[in-house]
Design a protein around this ligand. Structure first.
Ligand code: PHE
Length: 348
C-alpha cells in the first residue's frame, strides 16, 4: 500500500508537469483527490488494517495528499502568472508614443456667416430673435398685407403642411423670414431693433436654388424712422461684412409688406461700382443682395401699432448668397453647400 501511495504521488507529479491551463489542472486534481478519486480508492480498505499499520499508512497518505496539494498550488501560480503575461503582451501600450489627435473641425460656412451677421447687427443694438420656421399662414402672408388668394403669394413657392387649418390658417414651412415682423411687434413695443436668422423653404431646386436655405430679416421700428436710417444701416452692414470700400444702392421694387420697397444692390468688388458695363463680373457696377423697404402701414396695424405714430424699415436677404458674394465664390452649383463634401467645406 505504501508503494501504491508513492506511485500515486509520482504519477500525479508527472501528469501535472504537462498541464498548461486551469481546466486541465482542476480535472487532474479531482481525478486524484476527488470524492471518487484515486486516493480515496486506494484508501478504501484502510479501515480493515491492523491499528499499527493503519497509523503508518494514514500518515503516508496524508503526506501524499499534502504533496499533491503543494504541486497543485505551484502549478496554479504558474498558470496565473503566464496568463497575465500573455494578457500584458496583448494589451501592451507604449506610453512614450505620441498620441493620435482627433482632427479638429470648424463651423459650416453657413453657420460662420450666421454668427458673423448676428454679431455685426448686435453691435448696433439689433437683438437676435428666432421666429418659428414652421408658422401660420397669418404670420407668413396674411398679416404682411397679402390676403388669401392674393397673386403676390405666388412669388414664394411655399410648402404647405398637410394638416387641417386652424384659426390662423394653414401651417407652412416659412418661405421667408418676414413672419418674424408681426410676431415680434406682438411681443415687443417700440423702439424695436431685431434680427431674425432662420431656415427658409421654397419649392425650387436647381443649380442656383436649394429647397432649404437661410435668410436674415432685420426690423427697426420707432418714431420718425425714415429711408435714411435704412440706408445707413445697410451701408454699415455692407462695410462691416464686405469691406470698407463697399457701398449699397436702393432700387425701386415692389413688395406687399413694404412701401416704398427696394431691392438692395452692393457695389461690385471687382470694378467698385463702374457703371460703364465693362466689368465682366457684374452688370453695370452693382450686384443684387436682397429686398428691403419701409414697413407698410397695414403691417404696423397688424402688429398693433399706429402707423401715424410709428414707422420703420425691414430687410430680408439670403444668408448663403450674401456669404458667397463676399467670398467671391463662383460655384457652378449652390447645392454643394449641403452635400457634406469636406473638400469643399474645409476651404472656409
Ligand atoms: N421677405 C422678402 C423675400 O423673401 C424680403 C424682404 C424682407 C423684403 C423685408 C422687404 C422687407 O423676398
Amino acid at each position: 500500500m505504501k508503494k501504491d501511495l508513492e506511485k500515486l504521488k509520482q504519477e500525479f507529479e508527472e501528469l501535472i508537469h504537462k498541464v498548461t491551463d486551469r481546466d486541465n489542472l482542476e480535472n487532474l486534481k479531482t481525478e486524484f483527490l476527488g470524492r471518487k478519486g484515486k486516493l480515496k480508492n486506494l484508501l478504501q480498505h484502510v479501515a480493515t488494517l491492523a491499528d499499527e499499520e493503519r497509523k503508518v499508512v494514514g500518515k503516508i497518505a496524508n503526506e501524499v495528499k499534502e504533496a499533491i496539494e503543494v504541486a497543485y498550488g505551484n502549478k496554479e501560480q504558474e498558470i496565473v502568472g503566464s496568463e497575465s503575461s500573455v494578457h500584458a503582451q496583448r494589451e501592451w501600450i507604449d506610453i512614450t508614443e505620441p498620441g493620435h489627435f482627433n482632427e479638429e473641425g470648424h463651423l459650416h460656412p453657413t453657420s460662420q456667416a450666421i454668427a458673423e451677421i448676428s454679431d455685426i447687427f448686435g453691435r448696433i443694438g439689433f437683438s437676435a430673435v428666432r421666429a418659428p420656421e414652421i408658422d401660420w399662414d397669418y404670420y407668413v402672408f396674411e398679416s404682411l398685407n397679402m390676403p388669401k388668394d392674393h397673386p403676390a403669394r405666388d412669388d414664394w413657392e411655399t410648402f404647405f403642411m398637410d394638416i387641417p387649418e386652424a384659426k390662423k390658417g394653414k401651417l407652412v414651412l416659412t418661405p421667408h423670414t418676414s413672419n418674424s415682423q408681426v410676431r415680434h411687434m406682438e411681443e415687443v413695443k417700440p423702439p424695436i431693433r431685431m434680427i431674425n436668422i432662420n431656415r427658409t423653404y421654397r419649392r425650387q431646386i436647381d443649380i442656383t436654388h436649394i429647397p432649404m436655405f437661410h435668410q436674415f430679416e432685420g426690423l427697426m421700428i420707432d418714431k420718425d424712422i425714415s429711408v435714411t436710417h435704412l440706408k445707413g444701416v445697410l451701408d454699415y452692414f455692407a462695410k462691416a461684412f464686405f469691406g470698407p470700400n463697399r457701398k449699397t444702392r436702393l432700387r425701386p421694387h415692389h413688395f406687399r409688406f413694404t412701401e416704398p420697397s427696394f431691392e438692395v444692390d452692393i457695389s461690385c468688388e471687382v470694378c467698385g461700382g463702374d457703371d460703364s458695363g465693362a466689368c465682366r463680373l457684374c452688370k453695370g457696377g452693382w450686384v443684387e443682395l436682397g429686398g428691403a423697404g419701409m414697413v407698410h402701414p397695414n403691417v404696423l396695424k397688424a402688429g398693433g401699432l399706429d402707423p401715424n405714430v410709428y414707422s420703420g424699415f425691414a430687410f430680408g436677404w439670403g444668408v448663403e448668397r450674401t456669404f458667397m458674394m463676399r467670398e467671391g465664390i463662383k460655384i457652378d452649383d449652390l447645392r454643394i453647400l449641403y452635400k457634406n463634401d469636406l473638400r469643399f467645406v474645409k476651404q472656409f
